[in-house]
Design a protein. Structure first.
Length: 256
């Protein structure tokens, strides 16, 4: 296949040529949509569904939470077990966890977490409302810098643990996560890998090794090193998929 053929295939599988069945088909197939700016999610869904997304359905059946690469994504609510799988780990600052940090002890975090969780269950999930409620319960200005850190803080810790999630809307608000059983790490990664390879294709070598500094430091040829890493990634992906799908379908084989 020529590179243009591969690009056309990727565009088709990302629902850019023919409308997808619905918003959930897009969200599941594309492993969610980056949601730092919610308006961009709505635009991406409009392009792929051929119509404006139903925001009421999104508000009740999708969530925003930290998933791939530790960034905020819009996902189908039913996909929470996949993205918040058991044993999931990535870089988190101390303030984004339930452990001690320089401003809040783990015990104090648990106290504030209970207050926030209770308020969200009662429908008071607006970020500003939650801040005021915590102040009423004695949260100091110093504690507030950690709990309501603009990049996460205690609210992120609660989302990472599956207690809360962002409401799917422009305004910053939180609601309780529905009960769910996290998938095992192996099963979740296998499902995500299959989706990724089906709709995005084999990654470019720069996705595997974004910097050539590691190659320069070891006096290796950058091109050769990147090629080896890309081949290793593809082989790893095939091994994951073959564990549950020994006879990969022909469409996936075209990408690989």
């Amino acid at each position: 296949m020529q590179i243009d053929d591969i690009l056309l295939l990727r565009m088709k599988r990302q629902y850019l040529f023919a409308p997808a069945k619905d918003e959930f088909t897009v969200l599941r197939g594309l492993c969610g949509l980056q949601a730092q700016f919610y308006g961009n999610c709505l635009h991406a869904l409009r392009l792929r569904c051929g119509k404006a997304p139903d925001e009421d359905i999104l508000r009740t059946s999708t969530v925003k939470t930290w998933t791939l690469r530790g960034t905020l994504h819009l996902i189908a609510q039913s996909d929470l077990p996949i993205f918040l799988y058991d044993g999931r780990s990535h870089f988190l600052r101390p303030c984004d966890t339930m452990s001690d940090d320089s401003r809040l002890s783990a015990a104090r975090k648990r106290e504030l977490a209970a207050i926030i969780s209770d308020a969200a269950k009662k429908g008071c999930g607006d970020r500003k409302e939650l801040r005021l409620i915590c102040r009423e319960h004695g949260m100091t200005a110093d504690e507030e810098q950690s709990a309501f850190d603009p990049w996460g803080g205690l609210l992120r810790a609660l989302c990472e643990s599956g207690v809360l999630c962002h409401t799917a809307q422009q305004k910053k608000a939180f609601r309780p996560c529905p009960p769910f059983a996290p998938m095992t790490k192996a099963d979740a990664l296998r499902a995500l890998m299959r989706r990724y390879l089906t709709h995005y294709g084999t990654p470019h070598t720069s996705s595997v090794c974004p910097s050539e500094s590691c190659c320069r430091s070891s006096n290796r040829s950058p091109r050769k090193s990147l090629s080896v890493k890309a081949k290793y990634f593809t082989a790893y992906a095939i091994s994951i998929l073959s564990a549950t799908c020994p006879a990969a379908d022909s469409s996936l084989a075209l990408i690989l």
